[in-house]
Design a protein. Structure first.
Ligand SMILES: NC(=O)c1ccc[n+]([C@@H]2O[C@H](COP(=O)([O-])OP(=O)(O)OC[C@H]3O[C@@H](n4cnc5c(N)ncnc54)[C@H](O)[C@@H]3O)[C@@H](O)[C@H]2O)c1
Length: 381
């Protein structure tokens, strides 16, 4: 077995996503499993260095992860040829500058979404990386969720007949912090720090729709700031300046209509934190993060409206789970493995900075639609 070592500069790993999803559940897991196996005779072994602002936090993370190398000085490693990849999970506003620095130093670039908070910077960043001749990718984790992989399989098998509509329901109650601590960072609720659910979630819906259901052609979006005051990490109350809910309709190619509610101010009474229902002429499915349930034409009940009697149909009963057809990896790890194979063996990796920019474009068009109170077309890029 030939081992190909790949140095990875991991910036922003003291944060929620960087630590949990990218370091602990992806890179450390890959190291522990002996690398990414390729074709039986090669393996790719990540060799990370952790980068952050706070030395004590980095030391703690180093102890937890077993990754020995860490630094608070990005400049000290960015020019080091021992590292071929720069990874960024910093807060969104810090990404563009760091990615440019990395690409000008010849590093391949992989980063969290949203790529940036505005479309022009995102597409410029894509051009910049192309001109620098480096490989690049953006996290599009939902594509590797077991529930969505099952949905994709059903579409491929023609289960739905003609797909008519899609309904996405995303969200949960994010505590304000006055009594129960908030479970998301406070910058998410400040526009001036690139917060807001539209910027956060529409880039996810862009790649989910484009890749699984149909290219997004137009958007109509109504945002809201339902909760006006929250409490930050230092226990200080602050004014919420960003949207915390978005009620959005998308027009997809093929005449499919997709409606997505995204909210940090809803309580969950559904199968999962994200559910996506697809209704077609021959059948329907509801995908959650891991499970996916189907109801085909033959199993479709025939309800008749009569509020004067108790409902006789159990609407959950006639749905069948799609069986697991393999062991599903953590979605972030699955995409990391593909990116590493792309870097080392030039395997295809279509989830580039251009795809990331499309997500930012949709978010920006969503904000424009909300502002204008009108439908907005999505130009092809
Ligand atoms: N793929 C997904 O599903 C998903 C989910 C949540 C967040 N995200 C994205 O991941 C990124 C990080 O989000 P998070 O929730 O982990 O946030 P977080 O606040 O927990 O972490 C942010 C990271 O950026 C660093 N940082 C912030 N300000 C800095 C500064 N001035 N100098 C240097 N470093 C600084 C922090 O130290 C920390 O490591 C965001 O872009 C966010 O949009 C993606």
């Amino acid at each position: 077995m030939k081992t190909h070592r790949v140095g990875i500069i991991m910036n922003g790993v003291t944060g929620r996503m960087g630590k949990n999803q990218h370091l602990m559940r992806s890179i450390v897991e890959i190291i522990n499993q002996g690398g990414v196996r390729v074709s039986g005779k090669d393996s790719i072994m990540p060799d990370p260095v952790l980068v952050g602002r706070n030395e004590a936090k980095l030391k703690e993370l180093s102890d937890l992860s077993g990754v020995k190398k860490f630094t608070t000085d990005l400049e000290s490693v960015i020019g080091d040829p021992a590292y071929g990849i720069y990874f960024d999970a910093q807060t969104t506003g810090r990404r563009a500058g760091a990615v440019r620095l990395a690409a000008s130093n010849g590093k391949h670039v992989y980063c969290e979404k949203p790529l940036t908070s505005d479309f022009q910077t995102a597409i410029d960043l894509y051009d910049f990386c192309e001109k620098a001749g480096v490989k690049h990718g953006v996290v599009q984790d939902k594509l590797w969720l077991p529930g969505l992989l099952k949905l994709k399989r059903l579409i491929r098998e023609g289960f739905f007949g003609k797909i008519l509509s899609v309904r996405g329901e995303f969200g949960y109650w994010v505590f304000e912090g006055h009594t129960v601590p908030a479970q998301r960072p406070s910058w998410n609720y400040r526009k001036e720090d690139d917060g807001g659910i539209i910027v956060d979630m529409l880039c996810h819906w862009r790649y989910v729709l484009d890749n699984i259901l149909g290219k997004v052609k137009a958007v109509s979006c109504l945002g809201a700031t339902h909760i006006k005051e929250r409490v930050d990490e230092q226990d200080h109350p602050y004014q919420v300046t960003a949207d915390d809910a978005a009620y959005v309709t998308f027009e997809l190619e093929g005449g499919i209509i997709a409606q997505f509610n995204s909210s940090w101010c809803v309580r969950v009474r559904r199968d999962d934190l994200l559910t996506i229902q697809v209704d077609g002429t021959r059948g329907s499915a509801v995908a959650g993060l891991r499970k996916c349930y189907t109801q085909d034409y033959g199993n479709t009940p025939r309800p008749v409206w009569n509020p004067d009697i108790e409902q006789s149909i159990d609407f959950f009963k006639d749905w069948a789970p799609v069986p697991d057809d393999k062991k599903y990896e953590n979605a972030f790890k699955a995409q990391w493995e593909l990116f590493l194979k792309h870097v080392v063996f030039d395997e295809p990796f279509p989830w580039t900075l251009k795809e990331g920019a499309k997500g930012v474009q949709l978010a920006e068009k969503g904000l424009e639609s909300w502002d204008k109170r009108a439908w907005v077309d999505i130009p092809e890029i």
